[in-house]
Design a binder for this molecule. Structure first.
Ligand code: HEC
Length: 191
């Protein structure tokens, strides 16, 4: 080995030894977390959604949802409000949920929670709010509801109609279809 090679080797080994020694001195307990340098690069700062931003379009951190984006787990519903759209939904949509004891039990639970206050537990239209003076909703056992397509009911529950509000936020699409199965079971004796 040449003398310059030897010098290099000595330099390398001694600087490694110095670094190891330094590490030991600064960080005597290996079970403890080590020193962190340049932490800004390790832990990026999360931006608050309503903060101003120097990097994002329009200076806003929270950007508007891109058109056409579907929220994960949500089925797109391409209908506007109003009775015509409800009728169209009735023609185009079929109930994807099949009948069965579990579906009816779930539908019954939801009906009791979200619908019976107006429609009554039996669907007859005399729920507690009607007893207290609200105009009664149409009976779900009457001819109109008996003849109504599942998709039209789905539209009414999803978008609301007249004095009835939308229940899209409270009841998932799958549960709405289960509710409709349950309404059909309520209607059974009236058929
Ligand atoms: C705030 C009271 C209220 C609640 C709660 C309510 N509804 Fe209604 N519902 C009404 C009214 C009022 C109408 C009549 C709407 C109209 O003017 O066409 C109606 C109409 C309907 C119709 C159409 C009936 C027809 O013959 O036109 C269906 C189906 C229906 N509701 C189902 C439900 C279901 C299912 C729920 C529970 C998720 C529910 N409703 C919750 C008040 C309510």
């Amino acid at each position: 080995m040449s003398s310059s090679g030897r010098t290099l080797l000595v330099l390398f080994v001694s600087s490694a030894a110095v670094l190891l020694l330094l590490e030991r001195l600064l960080h005597p307990n290996p079970r403890e977390r080590n020193y962190e340098l340049l932490t800004e690069m390790v832990y990026s700062k999360a931006a608050e959604s309503l903060d101003a931003s120097i990097a994002l379009p329009a200076g806003m951190t929270q950007q508007a949802i891109v058109e056409g984006v579907v929220v994960r787990g949500q089925v797109p519903f391409h209908y506007g409000t109003g009775p015509e759209e409800a009728v169209r939904a009735g023609v185009e949509l079929t109930n994807p949920v099949s009948d069965g004891p579990q579906v009816l039990a779930r539908g019954r639970e939801l009906f009791g929670r979200y619908c019976a206050l107006c429609h009554g537990l039996d669907g007859g239209g005399r729920g507690p709010v009607v007893e207290r003076g609200m105009l009664p909703p149409p009976s779900l056992l009457a001819a109109r509801a008996l003849a109504m397509a599942d998709g039209e009911m789905f539209h009414i529950v999803t978008m609301g109609q007249g004095n009835m509000g939308s229940h899209a936020a409270q009841v998932t699409p799958q549960d709405r279809w289960k509710l409709i199965r349950y309404i059909r079971s309520l209607q059974e004796p009236a058929r």
